[in-house]
Design a protein. Structure first.
Length: 85
């Protein structure tokens, strides 16, 4: 079995009120030098067998169909978890 991570983010032209709220809160908590925050979604999916190119393509199609709203979101990453280290 392999684990695959899928990351979904709002499209750049879509307003992100949650990201803006986090960005405003960071300086109040003492974190400086951060100019913008965008909040997205992360999914971890366990697949049978290895995370081959074909499996990753299937997971991407699933992400584009079910895990994201293609009108306002982009699937920005589909990768085996070990590739993220």
């Amino acid at each position: 079995m392999a684990r695959v991570v899928v990351e979904v983010m709002p499209k750049p032209e879509i307003l992100d009120p949650q990201g803006k709220a986090v960005a405003r809160a960071l300086p109040r908590l003492g974190f400086t030098g951060i100019s913008e925050v965008r909040q997205g979604k992360r999914f971890e999916i366990e697949v049978d067998g290895e995370a081959t190119a074909e499996v990753l393509a299937d997971v991407r199609r699933a992400a584009e169909t079910l895990l994201s709203n293609p009108v306002i979101e982009d699937v920005v990453r589909v990768a085996p978890i070990e590739d993220l280290a």
